[in-house]
Design a protein around this ligand. Structure first.
Ligand SMILES: Cc1cc2nc3c(=O)[nH]c(=O)nc-3n(C[C@H](O)[C@H](O)[C@H](O)COP(=O)(O)OP(=O)(O)OC[C@H]3O[C@@H](n4cnc5c(N)ncnc54)[C@H](O)[C@@H]3O)c2cc1C
Length: 267
């Protein structure tokens, strides 16, 4: 569901499915879906599964057929190449949303992350520019969050797979901390993974899984990526503390100081 999620965090998601009584089968070959009198039957190479509803989730691809037909340049990601004003290679023709590329601000390279957040911002800017404005869309860091039953999951920036592909020298630091004051009723835990550049301590990406407060915290990390912050910058942030809302050392500050230690060990 989250491309490139760290195995340690994927395990937490898997455990939540188990806790909720959801059986997860992976690596199963699908042969077909049929309907008998009462229900759907999913036929696989590991037997048949009965179902009331089948949701087929096979990923997405940018719909660039019209652009290709018009001879508009397609970028390295397979989506439509656009400049900072969201203009395509055809002067006066703009592209926005799931069909268009954006700049990944961490690397400065073209990326394709089809999300409603980007589509809305790009659409507003492309619309303005098509009517004579010169607004710019600087780029994205790839922030997303979702909920699996009682667990919240978030990501921003680059993960292990993208970093290895780009040959960036990085460390991965994992920490776990309380979401509220330690003895406050209802306290939950959150696990944070930070990806940090070896040598200069630049924050490259982050992933979080926890019982509460993940989206707000991943947004802080997205802000840190926009601002090109280092671990030292992150560790020095003045974040709120009140027992019902956050511990005195917020999980983000704990994550930053653990990563500082891991970085020192690795250099
Ligand atoms: C199940 C699901 C959940 C999602 N959840 C989130 C989320 O939580 N957060 C998030 O940020 N993003 C989410 N997204 C992604 C988000 O919905 C998309 O990124 C966003 O809708 C893209 O907007 P768009 O305008 O580029 O494309 P679309 O919303 O796909 O709009 C394109 C429109 O163009 C029309 N169209 C296509 N071809 C033609 C044609 N030839 N002529 C005329 N009209 C045409 C289509 O019918 C459609 O109405 C989710 C997507 C899905 C599928």
């Amino acid at each position: 569901v989250v491309p490139g999620i760290e195995p340690s965090l994927a395990k937490l998601v898997r455990e939540e499915f188990d806790r909720q009584g959801v059986r997860v089968e992976t690596g199963v070959g699908l042969r077909g879906i049929t309907r008998d009198d009462h229900q759907l039957v999913v036929d696989t190479d590991r037997g048949a599964f009965a179902a009331d509803m089948v949701l087929v989730s096979v990923g997405v691809r940018p719909n660039v057929a019209l652009a290709k037909e018009a001879g508009i340049r397609i970028g390295p990601t397979g989506a439509i190449a656009v400049d900072a004003e969201l203009c395509t290679s055809a002067p006066g023709v703009y592209a926005a949303g799931d069909c268009a590329e954006a700049v990944q601000l961490v690397t400065g390279e073209s990326t394709w992350v089809p999300l409603g957040t980007t589509a809305n911002k790009q659409g507003k800017i492309a619309g303005a520019n098509a009517t004579g404005a010169h607004e710019r869309f600087e780029g994205i860091v790839g922030t997303a969050a979702f909920k699996v039953f009682d667990l919240e999951v978030g990501r921003t920036g680059l993960g292990r797979v993208e970093l290895e592909k780009k040959g960036i020298d990085f460390i991965v630091s994992t920490s776990k901390h309380a979401t509220r004051g330690h003895h406050y009723p209802g306290v939950k835990s959150v696990t944070t993974v930070l990806f940090v550049q070896r040598g200069n301590g630049k924050l490259l990406g982050a992933q979080m899984v926890g019982g509460e407060g993940v989206a707000g915290r991943i947004d802080v990390l997205a802000t840190a990526l926009h601002a090109k912050m280092t671990l030292d910058d992150l560790a020095a942030l003045d974040l709120a503390y009140a027992p019902p809302l956050a511990p005195v050392w917020d999980p983000l500050l704990i994550a930053a100081s653990s990563a500082q230690k891991d970085l020192r060990k690795a250099t």
